[in-house]
Ligand binder design. Structure first.
Ligand code: G5P
Ligand code: MG
Length: 224
């Protein structure tokens, strides 16, 4: 089945692999990836108004207030004229989910289910390329040259909120605030759970599921 528009999102605990799986999805399907965390970090780096506001929450592992996030992501969604998008990191609270549902009915919510202990072990090795959001992990998908982005050669950085004490706080907040979002989408009958300990284990299941909704990118354009 192919649809004219496709509005989707990816849910999962901090460092469950949302960014990793999203990048594989957009390599294969014609969807625009909108990662709230990547966009906020880019705004922090550029010292924009929303970046300055968000920074004080993010560095402590707290959630940015709903009103700021709803406004911010709504404007990012509007930038995608063909309405083929994959949200990552939004919504994170039931209020955000309700606000989104009022204006956009989604087709699919992908939920990554990865054990917390696996997550705690992997975040300490995460390195990112801030301008693009490309993510690496020593031992899993290490950069070709240590400390350098594969595409641009620019330096990689570690995230402020990947310090062990902040990660634990983020996991706790996830249990309290984001688990109810999963129930929200279950009630709407669009939730699909994908279990696994590694992204390589989860990815084929996501791929198979998406082929039900979308044609492969190579069939729709020649860019990739
Ligand atoms: P983010 O940026 O949305 P999180 O906490 O939801 O942050 P995060 O940390 O970005 O999610 P992820 O995208 O789920 O994680 O995971 P990832 O980056 O792909 O993978 C994690 C690491 O594991 C990487 O190094 C990757 O290479 C590696 N990896 C992946 N798979 C495997 C594997 O199989 N094996 C191994 N060994 N490694 C693997 O949000 C950040 C902050 O922004 C604010 C909040 O303050 C939030 O804390 N924020 C919001 N606040 C309010 N509302 C919202 N909607 C907000 N959105 C963002
Ligand atoms: Mg991410």
């Amino acid at each position: 089945m192919s649809s004219v528009v496709f509005k989707s999102l990816i849910l999962g605990a901090p460092a469950s692999g949302k960014g990793t799986i999203s990048s594989r999805i957009i390599q294969n399907f014609n969807l625009q990836h909108i990662s709230s965390g990547d966009k906020l970090r880019q705004n922090i780096q550029k010292k924009t108004e929303v970046g300055n506001e968000a920074e004080r929450y993010i560095k402590d592992g707290k959630l940015v207030p709903d009103d700021i996030m709803i406004k911010f992501i709504s404007s990012e969604i509007k930038k995608v004229p063909n309405q083929m998008w994959l949200l990552d990191g939004f919504p994170r609270t039931v209020s955000q989910a309700e606000a989104l549902w009022k204006v956009e009915k989604l087709d699919l919510a992908i939920n990554l289910v990865v054990p917390f202990q696996v997550i705690i072990n992997r975040v300490k090795d995460r390195w990112i390329h801030l301008p693009s959001g490309r993510v690496y992990n020593v031992g899993f998908n290490a950069p070709k040259v240590p400390g350098k982005d594969d595409v641009t050669g620019e330096p990689l950085v570690q995230r402020e909120d990947d310090k062990p004490e902040v990660v634990l706080k983020r996991l706790e907040l996830y249990k309290q605030m984001t688990k109810p979002v999963i129930e929200f989408y279950k009630d709407k009958n669009i939730l699909k759970d994908f279990h696994g300990e590694t992204s390589d284990e989860i990815w084929p299941k996501v791929l198979e599921s998406l082929t039900f909704y979308l044609p492969f990118k190579s069939q729709t354009n020649n860019n990739n």
